[in-house]
Write a protein that binds this ligand. Structure first.
Ligand code: SF4
Length: 384
């Protein structure tokens, strides 16, 4: 039994998806997230059992909205999509073939529970490889590939990525096409949503490049420019723009490499640590206090950004606040006060009640200077 299996207990590991893999990049310095993801525990179930339920993931309304918009973009064999791709990528093609790696969906079968079975995955992945190979061998024909099933090695496990994007090839280049239901108004979309879409699309670019490498093809045939398709100005009319995901790709590659070195983190964990929820009939039975102690034994790196990226956010936030950790104030504060771990320590340095260590001298001087300015400003305001 591997160390990861031993940590998880008898429950089967949870599969990743593009969203969960993309979220890894949101906080790459967090050991706790790295361990929980590598182990494959159900973080949502864990958080709920610990008493820190998070309204995480897409709301049912958002799921329906996403599906509706995807259907609009796919309608008529993607007839409305081609002009958008042509304009976004500066192409002059008239037609593109549309091919799907999921024949059951073409026949109306759609995504069923059984589809997750290993055999169905294998069939679909084989078809994915065949479609990509055919497209790569015929760069003169534009083609849109739908419902591909990609594979990725995460922490030594092979995970499947469910179709959330289209892949378009024209000329020698493949482009990931991601369809999102958030509005682009006057050419602008909400920054947070665009960033999340870029992180997610980067997972598909990474997985497509890995597939090309396995097929003996050059990975850079998959472009780092992703086509983002969104509704325009609150209508249902799609519009397309290009997203450069090079930064997200490098963060993702670093984090995935870090996950494959998970043994180093495991070596630092308390001996006898278990993350087993002791699930019986779908319900965790392990005493919450016991589980709390176990999870707290893995170092976390909480930042407010966790609230939109990790199921454990409320648990970690409460922990960071109770310990007075600077992390709870955000990465900017933490980076500015590098080396100082707690709010109490920062106040002590600013007021002089704490003696600065050699590594804290610079931060202490800055804090005292800021405190002096603050006190002078308050004094002037009081006199006025
Ligand atoms: S919420 Fe907790 S476990 Fe998740 S990334 Fe943030 S600090 Fe790590």
């Amino acid at each position: 039994m591997s160390r990861l299996d031993a940590l998880r207990g008898p429950t089967p590991p949870l599969d990743h998806n593009a969203r969960s893999i993309a979220a890894l990049a949101a906080n790459p310095a967090c050991d706790r997230r790295a361990v929980l993801d590598a182990v494959g525990v159900d973080k949502n179930l864990m958080a709920v059992h610990l008493g820190y339920s998070a309204q995480f993931g897409q709301s049912p309304f958002a799921v329906v909205r996403t599906r509706q918009f995807e259907e609009i973009v796919r309608a008529g064999g993607g007839a409305g999509l081609l002009p958008l791709l042509r304009e976004a990528l500066g192409l002059s093609i008239d037609t593109a073939r549309w091919e799907s790696a999921d024949e059951s969906a073409d026949e109306g079968g759609g995504e069923s529970a059984e589809e997750g079975a290993g055999e169905a995955h294998a069939v679909r992945h084989t078809r994915t490889e065949a479609l990509v190979a055919r497209a790569a061998g015929d760069p003169g024909t534009a083609v849109v590939l739908d419902r591909l099933l990609l594979r990725l090695d995460v922490a030594g496990h092979e995970v499947h990525l469910e179709p959330g994007v289209l892949v378009f090839q024209a000329g020698e280049r493949f482009h990931v096409v991601t369809i999102k239901p958030f509005a682009v108004v006057d050419g602008q979309a909400e920054t947070g949503r665009v960033s999340a879409a870029a992180r997610e699309a980067a997972v598909y670019v990474h997985a497509m490049r890995a597939l090309l490498v396995r097929m003996g093809l050059a990975p850079d045939r998959v472009s780092h420019d992703v086509v983002l398709v969104c509704p325009e100005n609150f209508s249902n009319v799609p519009t397309a723009s290009l997203l450069d995901v090079r930064r997200e790709l490098s963060v993702l590659a670093w984090q995935l490499a870090r996950l494959t070195r998970i043994d180093r983190i495991l070596d630092g964990l308390p001996s006898g640590l278990s993350l087993d929820l002791r699930i019986e009939a779908g319900v965790p039975t392990r005493p919450a206090a016991d589980l709390d102690e176990a999870v707290s034994g893995i170092a976390a790196r909480y930042a407010p950004e966790c609230l939109s990226a990790c199921e454990m956010a409320y648990f970690c936030r409460a922990e960071a606040r109770s310990g007075g950790a600077l992390d709870a104030l955000g990465r900017a504060v933490r980076d500015d006060l590098g080396g100082v771990e707690t709010v109490g320590a920062a106040i002590g340095l600013a007021t002089g009640t704490r003696t600065a260590t050699a590594g804290e001298q610079g931060v202490a001087e800055r804090l005292r200077h800021i405190r002096k300015i603050y006190q002078e400003t308050v004094a002037q305001e009081t006199v006025a």
